[in-house]
Design a protein around this ligand. Structure first.
Ligand code: FES
Ligand SMILES: [Fe+2]
Length: 457
């Protein structure tokens, strides 16, 4: 191995040429997926849901997180609780509805009932268990760790993990940029998108912040925007502060969207179509500029694609925010769940437009998602030849001092963490990791590297 090259069986990270390659077996083979379940999904903070999904006490949602069924409830005292959706009696998944409200969760098999704190409160023929029977030993089991940050609830399937905020690192600031967009709290509004993609789950991590593919894969969508009179020049202005890629540490990375300083630029979303909506958006931006300062408001209104390692994407296109998580069923098949996140106190017209964007852009039959699915599935089809064509190339922008949103720094960040977890290979960060800084002046200025081209932004 020459100096400046770190490599494993899966990742060759060559800083000299420079070139970054990923072996396609990592996207195809079943034993890799089994290791990923153990070394990645069972040792990461995984997204459960947003607190706003549980409006009132006794609301519940059920879902699978990291391959295991859970119930996510709000208890009588207002606290958010997460349990395994598995009856302590003989294992039945207690609640099968995706969402609902109920003071008690009752198992359909033998009728054991639990409250929304997971305590066994009633069972038929309790006397048959004898005088020493203690219901408290038969509560619903909980994941080893549950924690939340700014309304985003996560769990860990291992006790042995750093605190959530430490794990999120520099991504805390980026989550703040989402969470700060409302004085009353952000809310998941409307239904849930559920769909599947015949592709490896890591391709969706890559795709969720892939600025390079937009022009080609989404050509028709962009043509439609242009046709409607939208000026795309700002959206694709490379190398300006909001349009760079950032390594946030621990495998998390973000790319910025459009320059939203004016408050009216809708990034890749359709332009606001009415004067009232435009004005409402400018008012919102000015309000947050007064509250948090100009630079933070400019960042808030610039959009961004964040991927939290391993499987959570938060994408803000200004005219809509989506939360998206995904999990592999097999190496070539993943299930995707997505929600729309909105300011709880939004102007009704803006809310309507965001909701429409969520459906018509990100929906499973929207203007963007089917194109992405097609691209990912065809990559997976191509991987069938991986023994003869074994390497993916993810080198774009490695020569640049500050890789931009259309480069591939963010994917390399993902793969370096993936490789560290899977093989123990430590690849040093390519650009300085952007630490958590809070609402300070921005952009963060990384030191210049003489081996790279261009000035730091
Ligand atoms: S399995 Fe739930 S009550 Fe028996
Ligand atoms: Fe896309």
């Amino acid at each position: 191995m020459s100096e400046g090259v770190t490599e494993s069986a899966f990742v060759i990270d060559d800083r000299e040429t420079p070139r970054f390659r990923v072996h396609r077996s990592a996207l195809v083979e079943s034993d890799i997926l089994e290791q990923e379940r153990r070394l990645i999904f069972d040792r990461s903070w995984l997204f459960v849901g947003h607190e706003s999904e549980l409006n009132e006490p006794h609301d519940f949602r059920t879902r699978r997180v990291g391959g295991r069924p859970i119930i996510f409830t709000r208890h009588t005292d207002g606290t958010v609780q997460v349990f395994l959706n598995s009856c302590p009696h003989r294992g039945m998944a207690i609640e099968t509805r995706p969402e609902g409200t109920g003071r008690f969760l009752k198992c359909f098999y033998h009728g054991w009932s639990f409250n929304t704190e997971g305590t066994l409160v009633a069972l038929p023929d309790e006397d048959s268990y004898g005088p020493d029977f203690d219901r408290h030993n038969l509560c619903l089991a909980r994941p080893p760790k549950v924690s939340s940050y700014r309304g985003f609830v996560f769990l860990s399937w291992t006790e042995d993990i750093e605190d959530l905020e430490q794990y999120l690192g520099g991504a805390c600031d980026i989550i703040d940029l989402f969470a700060d967009q409302s004085d009353v709290g952000m809310r998941v509004i409307g239904g849930t998108h559920l769909y599947a993609i015949r592709a490896n789950w890591k391709l969706l991590s890559e795709n969720s912040y892939d600025g390079y593919h937009a022009m080609t894969t989404h050509h028709r969508y962009l043509a439609m925007l242009k046709e409607s009179g939208k000026d795309l020049s700002k959206v694709f202005a490379k190398g300006t502060g909001p349009n760079l890629g950032w390594d946030l540490g621990n495998g998390h990375a973000v790319i910025g969207g459009a320059d939203g300083t004016g408050g009216t630029n809708t990034g890749l979303g359709r332009d606001l179509s009415t004067e009232a909506a435009l004005q409402a958006q400018v008012t919102r931006r000015d309000h947050f500029a007064a509250k948090y300062g100009e630079h933070w408001a400019n960042r808030m209104f610039s959009g961004r694609n964040l991927v939290l390692f391993p499987n959570l994407a938060l994408v803000d296109l200004i005219m809509g925010i989506t939360i998206r998580t995904y999990y592999p069923v097999s190496p070539d098949y993943m299930e995707v769940t997505a929600w729309s996140l909105q300011p709880g106190d939004d102007d009704p017209e803006l809310q309507h437009m965001r909701q429409e964007n969520f459906l018509t852009f990100w929906g499973p039959a929207g203007l963007a998602t089917p194109d992405d699915i097609e691209a990912l599935e065809r990559c997976q089809q191509g991987f069938a030849a991986y023994e003869l064509a074994p390497w993916n190339d993810i080198s774009r922008g490695m020569v640049r001092n500050r890789p931009n949103f259309a480069d591939e720094l963010q994917m390399r960040t993902f793969w370096r963490e993936w490789d560290r977890r899977m093989t123990g290979t430590v690849h040093p960060p390519e650009v300085p990791i952007t630490p958590r800084a809070g609402r300070v002046n921005w952009p963060y200025q990384p030191p210049s590297d003489p081996h790279r081209v261009g000035e730091p932004a």
